[in-house]
Structures are given as C-alpha cells and as structure tokens.
Design a protein around this ligand. Structure first.
Ligand code: FES
Length: 107
C-alpha cells in the first residue's frame, strides 16, 4: 500500500495511504486533500488535479500523454518542468513514498 505525501502551498505536509491501481487524484479526493479539485473526475479534461512532482520521483512516473501535456498548458497555476496531472499518475507499489506538491490554485 503506497503512501503519498502532499505538500500544501503553506509548506504543511499531509501523508495518506493509497491503494495500488488507483490514481494519485483518486487517493487525494478519497482522503479530502484540499487543493485537488478533479472537476472532470479523472478524464484528463480539466487540469484541476495539477500537482508538482518532487524531482526524485519524476523519472519513475509513467510517461506523460499528449492530452495531459496539452491540458497542463492551461492549468490555473504556473506550469513547471515537474508538473503532472494527478489523475494520470497510476499508483504502483514502487511509488511508495511519492511526494507531490500542490499548486496555489486550481481555478
Ligand atoms: S481530474 Fe480532470 S484532468 Fe485530472
């Protein structure tokens, strides 16, 4: 069971237990993480599940698809080199310890 740490814009860290096979967005919304809106329900259509992946983890994530890449250009908060959509991060056991920072806004 992978654990994920979300870092809020004020620096507060919140660790949750996730399930293998769910997305980071699903785990966050199930645990009421403020800052993940996920308005489209994980269909890669809204970009309100934007996160910044801690650099050490970036290369260990599945590759970004074209839809995700395009959507991130329209994210409310600044797009950075480590930006990803959390609904596109499928959790596996080897992602235990993943650290994701939340942007200052999703809308
Ligand atoms: S939940 Fe809408 S793009 Fe991720």
């Amino acid at each position: 069971m992978p654990s994920i740490t979300f870092i809020h814009p004020d620096g507060r860290a919140q660790q949750i237990e996730a399930s293998v096979g769910e997305s980071a967005m699903q785990a966050a919304t199930r645990k009421d993480i403020n800052g993940i809106l996920a308005e489209c329900g994980g269909n890669a259509m809204c970009a309100t599940c934007h996160v910044y992946v801690e650099e050490d983890w970036l290369a260990r994530l599945p590759a970004m698809g074209g839809d995700e890449d395009a959507l991130l250009d329209g994210a409310a908060a600044e797009r950075r080199i480590n930006s990803r959509l959390s609904c596109q991060i499928k959790l596996a056991a080897d992602l235990d310890g993943l650290v994701l920072s939340l942007p200052d806004r999703q809308l």
